[in-house]
Design a protein around this ligand. Structure first.
Ligand SMILES: Nc1nc2c(ncn2[C@@H]2O[C@H](COP(=O)(O)OP(=O)(O)OP(=O)(O)O)[C@@H](O)[C@H]2O)c(=O)[nH]1
Ligand SMILES: [Mg+2]
Length: 544
């Protein structure tokens, strides 16, 4: 969870009958996050992987027409309305004896705090690249986080059914922009209307692209030899010649796949395909099952915690309220890091002294949930316990342990929330619960508690807050942008604050801690120069 993260390890594969139940269960778990720049196709790929894994029978679409199914991982009303992912979704399914836990993350930078936390809950990553755009900004930023945490990355280059950049150029882009070796596992033949399929390099066979069966059903997979004259005819002379040239280049100068280098985060195996038209998914899914690492050890303040440590440990990486309109409860998503979690177990929260009885535990499939009685290291479970959990909490049985803090991004946009009706109770509850999710921070100024200021990482969150208050709490609000641009907490809460000039204002947070809202970073620096005796924090001091 930090640069001193222990290097990847694999459980030794003994005769399975000699493994303990815990070792067996841990070794068959694969927990991974899908990341990329917005719109590269993460949610579409997620949906199609679920389809291939047999976890769903019909694939939904990101921008479904009214009557059509929506993608499982974009379950929130606003996600379906806008056709973008807003919040990370957890999906658990079985595949070839493996228990897969997938986290589909939002690409938009305004939601990146949620994406970062999901990354920390994963043991490996699928990076999606739009074949027309190559490595984009947000992908680069997320990649840096993966590198810091030494997460192994598989790359899926998507949208080959559309005009694409040359595959050699795309590999070059990965290597130059990200500084990671790119090892192609398959190779695309043409793109857009000339897209003919992919060539599986280690298996030396051809998967031909079928234009029918687009959309909802599994596309048939045809395999034949590369030198088969029929294949050559099907591909067409021009496309074939260019493709053979490319193959010669990568055969001579390309990076060969190396399992150890992948596990160490030094190289990324690369696959090509088209999630929307169901192409190239089967080899990718096969690779994911074969190559992705099992649950890894985690760093804590008390040393490394091994997944097969009998003691249950985990941490809360996400909180989400009102996922199910029938229950309207608040779910804390926990990544189990070691041992076995059992229903009704008394767990300690390292932040508070009282043990909690975890009587309502679930596993998730997008919005759908299922009660569980047991979970193992690697699993992502949801615990329902209103108000008892905060993002970043470590849960454990046995000896005390605390995992390293999750990143918190400073708010950069501040809006004043004005209630448009009289539903004060719902308004207060809504703001408090959305704050608990980490969506925003709520500040109170001289304007009083009825018109608080919310601080967010990206301005799109204002829309999310207003929309969720409306749909989940039946509260109408207007959020007006303010000129504040930074919040700084006082290190010494008792210290007197000199009268503030410019656009700054004194405020308190929900815990009553005092802070100053500044109109710019420059104003913060000016203040610090003027009053060196007043220490300011960028993050709220951790709760006592
Ligand atoms: N032509 C084509 N379009 C695709 C393909 N994969 C996804 N798309 C389209 O690209 C758009 C974005 O896809 P999403 O799956 O929502 O992308 P995303 O990465 O989840 O986006 P965010 O969650 O908002 O970051 C949608 O309109 C998809 O239908 C593909 O293989 N070919
Ligand atoms: Mg998405």
């Amino acid at each position: 969870m930090n640069p001193s993260e222990p290097a990847a390890v694999e459980l030794p594969i003994h005769d399975p009958s000699t493994l303990s139940e815990l070792e067996r269960e841990v070794s068959r778990r694969r927990t991974f996050a899908i990341i990329s720049h917005p719109d590269a196709g993460k949610t579409t790929l997620t949906e199609k992987l679920l389809l291939y894994a047999g976890a769903i029978e019909l694939a939904g679409a990101v921008r479904g027409r009214k009557a059509r199914r929506h993608a499982t991982s974009d379950w929130m009303a606003l996600e379906q309305e806008r056709g973008i992912s807003i919040t990370a979704a957890a999906l658990e399914f079985e595949l070839e004896g493996r228990r897969m836990s997938l986290l589909d993350t939002p690409g938009h930078k305004d939601f990146s705090e949620d994406t970062y936390r999901a990354l920390i809950a994963a043991d490996s990553v699928v990076m999606v690249i739009d074949a027309a755009n190559g490595v984009e900004d947000q992908t680069r930023k997320l990649f840096e986080v993966c590198r810091r945490h030494r997460l192994p990355i598989l790359t899926f280059i998507n949208k080959l059914d559309r005009p694409s950049r040359d595959p050699l150029e795309l590999l070059d882009d990965l290597e130059k922009t990200l500084g990671i070796a790119a090892a192609p596992v398959n190779w695309p033949i043409g793109s857009a209307e000339n897209f003919r399929g992919v060539y599986d390099i280690p298996r030396s066979h051809l998967l031909l692209y079928e234009r029918e069966a687009q959309g909802q059903f599994r596309a048939p997979v045809d395999i034949s030899s590369l030198d088969d004259p029929a294949a050559r005819d099907l591909i067409g002379e021009n496309v074939y010649a260019h493709f053979r040239e490319n193959l010669d280049v990568i055969g001579g100068a390309g990076t060969p796949y190396d399992a150890a280098a992948y596990r160490a985060g030094g190289q990324t195996p690369v696959f090509f395909g088209s999630a929307l038209t169901n192409f190239g998914l089967e080899p990718f899914l096969r690779a994911l099952v074969e190559l992705a690492p099992s649950p890894q050890p985690r760093s804590s303040h008390e040393g490394t915690v091994a997944p097969t440590d009998e003691r249950f440990t985990g941490f809360v990486f996400k909180i989400q309220a009102n996922m199910d309109p029938r229950h309207r409860d608040r779910v804390a998503f926990v990544r189990v890091c070691s041992g076995r979690f059992t229903k009704d177990m008394a767990v300690q929260n390292s932040r508070v002294s009282k043990p909690i009885r975890a009587s309502r535990a679930y596993r998730f499939f997008g919005r759908e949930r299922e009660t569980i009685s047991v979970a193992y290291a690697g699993d992502i479970i949801g615990l329902v316990n209103p108000g008892q959990f905060a993002i970043g909490d470590t849960l454990h049985s046995g000896a005390p342990v605390r995992f390293l803090d999750l990143p918190r991004f400073p708010a950069e946009h501040f809006g004043r929330v004005r209630l448009q009706d009289q539903r004060y109770k719902q308004f207060d509850d809504g703001l408090q619960q959305l704050e608990e999710e980490g969506l925003m921070q709520v500040f109170f100024t001289a304007g009083g508690r009825r018109e608080p200021i919310v601080g967010v990482v990206g301005a799109l969150q204002f829309d999310v807050i207003a929309s969720r208050l409306r749909t989940e709490y039946s509260v109408e609000v207007v959020i007006e942008p303010t000129s504040y641009a930074a919040a700084r907490w006082l290190a010494d809460p008792a210290q007197a604050i000199p009268s503030l000039g410019g656009g700054a204002a004194v405020a308190t947070d929900r815990q009553g801690r005092r802070l100053i809202l500044f109109a710019s970073k420059w104003e913060v620096e000016y203040f610090e120069r003027q009053y060196p005796a007043i220490k300011l924090f960028e993050e709220s001091p951790v709760d006592a």
